[in-house]
Ligand binder design. Structure first.
Ligand code: DSN
Length: 426
């Protein structure tokens, strides 16, 4: 077969883009080569609807071993008693939880998207806001931290069936114990979506949501540094609260309902090549190298946030506990859109982001979100954060100065050439 040079040339172009630039999108990372090798491998050819030992197709004996390895490694990382590794994404993982735990029209309570929440936590533009009655809590205006009093008051007034914690743009840790106590007062389930901070939670560097949440979901490609995908976990399985019984009349455990919600509830054939790559990344997370990586993420984020503050940038909540920071650019007379587009020209990649109480539309925004997981994977240390912030500041201080932007771009390229990415790929 003729090689598809048109496509592979584009992939090589993307490799060069990733190599040359400074990647600060908080939800992105660089997987290891072996994660990518597993992803581009023969399990992609196999249909395997069902679960290990209970498939609807023949020839699944090796696939069963692959998926079981992924499940067992994941359970070990988080000290979980049950895990499902089949969701194609974090959104699919959340969809499956909703399908298993809620009826259409039930009330859910999540962090407002405009305050740092996620689309799947009740946004009116998403299935979660269309099929369920979504209520929201936010952050406090003075501190930028979660308003647990508001969460409690809304929960008591509205009696939601589920409280969702987790965010896409929140730089502080969560008080899972308080959330569970609020949920218990109103009979709600707690879903912790740890897609962003999962890597630090895995290493005990942030609060542990597992003891206080009924169900935990995550993506696998952010701080966990695996292939793109989703996962669902529980540390403690429990009798489903809906009275669903098996054919013998026994109440089914929640894990059974969640498995059924993923397949056949919401997905068909699992992506076993991606599950193979998840298994590889979970194996990596269990190593000391990854522990050092997770600690370095936090050190880098703190060094970077201090460098921004030193240059007069307004960080929401004044800093970070995790891998990201949210910056309000209004005191710099800039929109998030302008900042993102101008930094792109200098090959510094990040995303515009609404800040709490933003007066601009989600397409413009007043802020940017900055994250360090990807540059930490490339080997950058605390001392490298100040030069990056200096380059960002140079670009943002004069967004019309094309000459200066071009000069920063060439500095970015020479800076990143000291941190080779996938040298094996030529
Ligand atoms: N798109 C992801 C992020 O950037 O945080 C959330 O799904």
């Amino acid at each position: 077969m003729q090689k598809d040079t048109q496509l592979f040339d584009l992939i090589h172009k993307e490799l060069e883009r990733q190599r040359n630039g400074i990647e600060l999108i908080a939800s992105e990372n660089f997987t290891s080569l072996q994660v990518m090798q597993a992803m581009g491998s023969v399990p992609t050819n196999k249909y395997a609807e069902g679960y290990p030992g209970k498939r609807f197709y023949g020839g699944c004996e090796v696939i069963d071993e692959i998926e079981t390895l992924a499940i067992e490694r994941l359970k070990k990382i988080f000290n979980a008693s049950w895990a499902n590794v089949q969701p194609h994404s974090g959104a699919q993982a959340n969809t499956a939880v909703f399908l298993a735990c809620l009826k259409a029209g039930d009330k859910i309570l999540g962090l407002d998207l405009s305050m740092g929440g996620h689309l799947t936590h009740g946004s009116p533009a998403n299935f979660s806001g269309k099929n369920y009655q979504a209520l929201f809590y936010g952050v406090k205006k003075d501190t930028g931290t979660i308003d647990y009093d508001q969460m409690e008051a809304t929960a008591k007034a509205e009696k939601p069936k589920m409280i969702i914690c987790g965010a896409s743009a929140y730089s502080r840790d969560w008080d899972y114990q308080r959330i569970r106590s609020i949920a218990d007062q109103v009979g709600a389930l707690v879903l912790a979506d740890i897609a962003h901070p999962a890597g630090m939670i895995a290493k005990g560097l942030l609060n542990d949501p597992f003891e206080h949440s009924h169900i935990v979901t995550s993506t696998t490609h952010k701080t966990l540094r695996g292939p793109r995908g989703g996962i669902i976990m529980m540390r403690h399985d429990f009798d489903n609260p809906f009275g669903v019984k098996d054919p013998k009349g026994n109440i089914r455990p929640m894990s059974a309902l969640l498995d059924l919600a993923v397949f056949p509830g919401m997905q068909g054939g699992p992506l076993e090549h991606v599950i193979a790559a998840k298994a590889v990344s979970f194996g990596e997370i269990l190593t000391d190298d990854y522990t050092a990586y997770a600690k370095q993420i936090i050190r880098n984020a703190q060094a970077m946030s201090a460098a921004f503050v030193k240059r007069g940038y307004h960080l929401i909540s004044n800093g970070t506990d995790n891998h990201l920071m949210l910056i309000d650019l209004r005191n710099k007379n800039l929109t998030g859109k302008k900042a993102q587009e101008t930094l792109d020209k200098a090959h510094i990649t990040l995303n515009k982001n609404a800040v709490p109480f933003d007066d601009k539309s989600p397409f413009i925004t007043s802020g940017i979100r900055v994250g360090v997981p990807a540059i930490t994977t490339r080997g950058l240390l605390e001392a490298d954060m100040e030069p990056i912030v200096e380059m960002i500041d140079t670009v943002l201080s004069d967004t019309a100065n094309e000459g200066r932007i071009a000069e920063v771009k060439s500095r970015v390229h020479s800076f990143m050439s000291k941190f080779p990415l996938y040298p094996e790929l030529g």
